[in-house]
Design a protein around this ligand. Structure first.
Ligand code: GDP
Ligand code: MN
Length: 396
């Protein structure tokens, strides 16, 4: 699960990690009040208004703007709120902004002593370990740095038998060229970041820019956090951070029916039980000349209800020109799945794309009888290659 910058920063703060102070606003009026508060509390004169969407590159897309008074903060916020922000990471359709973060400008006192670093903690699957990736070249173009100056990006591998060691935190601070107060602040920052990562069961924390201010403070200006879905049950406190506006509505609906659904951009919908069979089926569709419109695993305990829910979800996709149902009856009985298909057909009404069904395994014969007797226009297939041929025929 991805969360917003302001939510990620609240996790960091709970672990004593310094961040650029700010609060989230949903209206221009709130933005003004927050700016006034920051002014009272810190004497802030310059504010930064940042669109909160689940995508980076907001600076480039016009989603990060400076304001020089609470009134201007309100004015800038009113322009950003409700806008469709297009960044290099949102895709051409962009994302609608529902919230802005109003924060104090931390690039104060000129730009001369300021340094922008990059730092992230993530899993390196090749090394089978967590790594801290960091660079002196932080800011908006880290992808460009990675491509053109890979030497400017450093990695510290976390000791899987223990943790990120103190000496490693010092190595990082020293490789970033820091001394004195900034060096100490950086080691504290890294310790807090590591603690935030572990205790929240995050799969990624990325800070870019990680700023050293002109008065040698070290703080997170930006913050991207991805939480491990499989560990969310251990964190009821994160439940409220989920923002359904940022998720594909069909995937949300599928999740509610316990279906494992991922939307893809092809034209053949598929419904399968088991992730391995689902992947093989997607290959099969590709070989037959179509392209999968989705990944859908109805799971081992599929019944008439889940099949119907799956059907409805697939049919919501206007690109779907054919549907392939490929079920292996192991624990799930094929006749139950067949009942689900028949029920779905009846209750959804005019399904006008060809449906190719391959039911094999437990009670496959009973399933075929049920479908034949139902009089539905379903194309039965027996083998994988038979199914592929029938998908091809249906598409032509
Ligand atoms: P991203 O573009 O989505 O990664 O959003 P960031 O939070 O990283 O902000 C983009 C850029 O805005 C940063 O790289 C900074 O250069 C700039 N920025 C962010 N906060 C401030 C601030 O307080 N003052 C100034 N002057 N610039 C800021
Ligand atoms: Mn950033």
């Amino acid at each position: 699960m991805n969360i917003h910058e302001y939510q990620g920063k609240s996790i960091l703060q709970a672990h004593g990690v310094p961040v650029q102070e700010g609060f989230v606003a949903e209206t221009a009026g709130q933005a003004k009040m927050i700016a006034e508060e920051l002014q009272k509390k810190y004497g802030t004169e310059v504010f930064v208004i940042k669109a909160q969407i689940h995508a980076g590159g907001r600076g480039k897309g016009g989603g990060v703007k400076i304001a020089r008074s609470p009134d201007e903060a309100a004015e800038v916020a009113s322009r950003i709120l409700g806008m469709t922000l297009v960044t290099p990471q949102t895709g051409p359709a962009g994302k609608v902004v529902h919230k802005v973060l109003v924060a104090r400008d931390v690039y104060y006192k000129g730009e001369s002593d300021i340094r922008e670093f990059y730092m992230s903690i993530l899993l390196d699957r090749k090394k089978s370990a967590y790594v801290v990736v960091y660079s002196t070249e932080g800011g908006m173009d880290i992808e460009e740095v990675a491509a053109s100056k890979p030497d400017a990006i450093f990695t510290e591998v976390v000791d899987s038998s223990c943790c990120l060691h103190e000496f490693q935190m010092r190595t990082i601070a020293s490789n970033l060229g820091l001394h004195g107060k900034a060096y100490r602040e950086m080691t504290d920052f890294i310790r807090g970041l590591w603690e935030s990562f572990v205790s929240s069961d995050a799969s990624l924390i990325e800070i870019n820019p990680l700023l050293k201010t002109s008065d040698d403070k070290v703080l997170a200006v930006d913050c991207k956090v991805s939480l491990d879905d499989n560990a969310l049950y251990r964190h009821p406190e994160f439940e409220a951070m989920r923002d359904l506006n940022e998720e594909d509505p069909t995937e949300v609906e599928a999740g509610a029916s316990n279906l494992n659904y991922v939307k893809l951009d092809g034209d053949v919908g598929c419904m399968v039980n088991g992730a391995g069979l689902a992947m093989a089926t997607m290959d099969l569709i590709q070989l037959s000349g179509g392209r999968p419109a989705n990944f859908l695993d109805v799971g081992g305990g599929a019944n008439a209800k889940t099949v119907e829910a799956g059907f409805r979800i697939i049919l919501k996709d206007p690109n779907v020109r054919a549907i392939l149902i490929n079920i292996f009856g192991g624990i799930v009985r094929c006749d139950r799945v067949a009942e689900g298909i028949i029920e779905a057909y009846k209750s959804i009404g005019n399904i006008n794309v060809p449906v190719i069904v391959r039911l094999q395994g437990t009670n496959a014969i009973e399933a075929k009888e049920l479908i034949d007797r139902s009089g539905l226009k379903v194309i039965a297939a027996s083998t994988f290659s038979d199914a592929a041929g029938k998908v091809r025929a249906a598409l032509n």
